[in-house]
Write a protein of this length. Structure first.
Lengths: 167, 329
């Protein structure tokens, strides 16, 4: 990667999937890859599914994400589960707190099963110490399953929704 | 260049709560009384609580929010440098969020003399008659992890305590209410829009009961809420309070953002806690458990000791209410 060339190459979802496959079949226990601001780290623990680290936006919107946005997105960690359906993605809680499926008790749920969502869709609200966080989906697809109920306490990283992405 | 309407409003604000005659205003602005009358009607349509007092003329029968007066006393670097004042609005938080969604302006402050759709916990609505309360929302774009944002609510509470310490001895009902004599004086609501590790914007809304009289409150609210007027026995200048609060908040906020230092806030939250040392109910989802509030930990969580338990448990979500009190808290 030349220093005067600011344009960065980002791995696509397909490419990360491919890397994961090759990695999981290999003898290696760890793989680190850094390209500019994008970092990928694959690790194998015994009997654990491979863990992958990536900037979420890059993975979900390899084409649409503006460069500036991707470049400033810090690296986050997520677990890729060997799901029965590779297009099913889990949206996990960003914080510990109370899960609300609707903005107020009298209103409709933000989303329901079968609903199409975009990265901008507000899917739920999580409250902790009177801090109300409206959670955006950050990916496109269709809500396949709602995993928690209104008013339920959720942990950090707890799966909230299953979303069917368009592959 | 000010419009005739703005000039009339400015005169009424300067004179408030006293009346100014149409004739006098006509002379001061060198326009006809008909033009004054038209201006008054238009201001009323905008939601200003102007009353006609016969021969005496027109008056704003309360101490209005006046941006110029706030600016005279404001000692901030970024907070409130941009300000928008509404006579009436459904909700300053909703408006601030809509604007922030387009383009968040760090430090912008929205003020209203009346909210028709105040947003409380779980969307509960609180009343705010014209000119008797302050609705204040501020937009912030801190570069902190979203998990840290709950500390901002506590910084607001601490700043409010500090800003009012010379006039009243207020307490913080963890985590987001300001109370006095067991009644609610002020509520804080923090809303964020964030990704996993990055905050887009924070909107913090504060509702303050300033000059609301006992009689102006519905009976069920009289038990639960109070105002600075009721506590002090005299009207307070909302502009002074707003300037003082914003100046204090910016000081604590800037220190927290720059250094992560949250200790001054914690100290105030502990010293002025309405719950520490009390028997409380912790209400989470469908359960209501008796506990003793022991302390506030370094993260700002309430440490409680549940009935029949030796260990302390940090509380970060749900509601707390103080046992044996009739009122709001």
């Amino acid at each position: 990667m030349s220093s005067e060339n600011k344009e960065q190459y980002f791995l696509s979802y397909e490419e990360i999937k491919e890397l994961l496959e090759v990695f999981s079949q290999s003898e290696a226990s760890e793989l680190k890859l850094a390209m500019g601001d994008q970092k990928l780290k694959l690790m194998k623990a015994s009997n654990q599914p491979a863990s992958v680290v990536y900037p979420t936006e890059t993975l979900q919107q390899p084409v649409a994400a503006p460069l500036s946005q991707v470049a400033t997105t810090p690296v986050v960690e997520a677990n890729v589960q060997p799901a029965e359906d590779p297009n099913l993605v889990e949206i996990k809680s960003e914080m510990v707190g109370t899960f609300y499926s609707k903005p107020t008790p009298d209103e409709e749920d933000y989303v329901h099963v079968g609903m199409n969502i975009t990265p901008e869709t507000t899917i739920c609200m999580i409250e902790a110490m009177k801090l109300f966080n409206e959670v955006k989906s950050e990916l496109s697809g269709q809500i396949a399953e709602v995993l928690v109920s209104n008013g339920q306490m959720v942990e950090y990283g707890q799966p909230l929704f299953k979303v069917r992405t368009n592959g | 260049m000010k419009t005739t309407k703005q000039k009339i409003l400015h005169l009424l604000i300067k004179e408030a709560p006293n009346a100014l005659s149409g004739e006098k205003m006509g002379q001061l602005l060198a326009i006809s009384r008909t033009a004054i009358w038209k201006g008054i009607q238009s201001l009323k349509d905008d939601g200003y609580g102007i009353v006609s007092q016969g021969k005496n003329g027109y008056a704003l029968p309360y101490l209005p929010i006046d941006e110029a007066k706030i600016r005279q006393q404001l000692k901030t670097h970024f907070l409130g440098q941009k300000m928008q004042v509404f006579p009436t609005i459904p909700s300053t938080n909703v408006f601030a969020k809509e604007e922030a969604q387009q383009k968040p302006e760090n430090g912008k402050v929205y003020l209203a003399e009346e909210q028709t759709l105040g947003r409380g916990r779980l969307g509960r609505v609180w009343s705010s008659p014209k000119g008797k309360t302050i609705a204040l929302s501020m937009v912030l774009t801190p570069e902190i992890p979203p998990m840290e944002a709950s500390k901002l609510t506590q910084i607001v509470a601490a700043a409010f305590v500090e800003a009012t310490k010379n006039i009243a001895d207020v307490q913080i009902k963890w985590p987001n209410d300001i109370v006095i004599n067991g009644k609610k004086l002020c509520g804080i609501l923090t809303e964020i829009s964030a990704e996993l590790t990055q905050i887009h914007y924070v909107v913090i809304g504060i509702g303050i009961n300033t000059n609301l009289s006992f009689e102006e409150m519905p009976p069920d609210i009289q038990e639960k809420a109070t105002s600075l007027l009721q506590v002090l026995g005299k009207e307070i200048d909302p502009n002074h309070l707003i300037a003082s609060f914003l100046t204090t908040f910016e000081k604590y906020y800037a220190a927290f953002i720059a250094t992560g230092n949250y200790q001054p806030t914690l100290q105030i939250c502990r010293q002025h806690s309405a719950v520490i040392g009390k028997e409380i109910y912790v209400i989470q989802q469908d359960s209501k458990r008796l506990a003793k509030a022991v302390d506030i930990d370094e993260k700002g969580q309430l440490l409680v000791q549940f009935e029949n338990e030796k260990k302390t448990t940090p509380i970060f979500a749900g509601e707390v209410s103080i046992r044996g009190t009739q009122g709001y808290i």
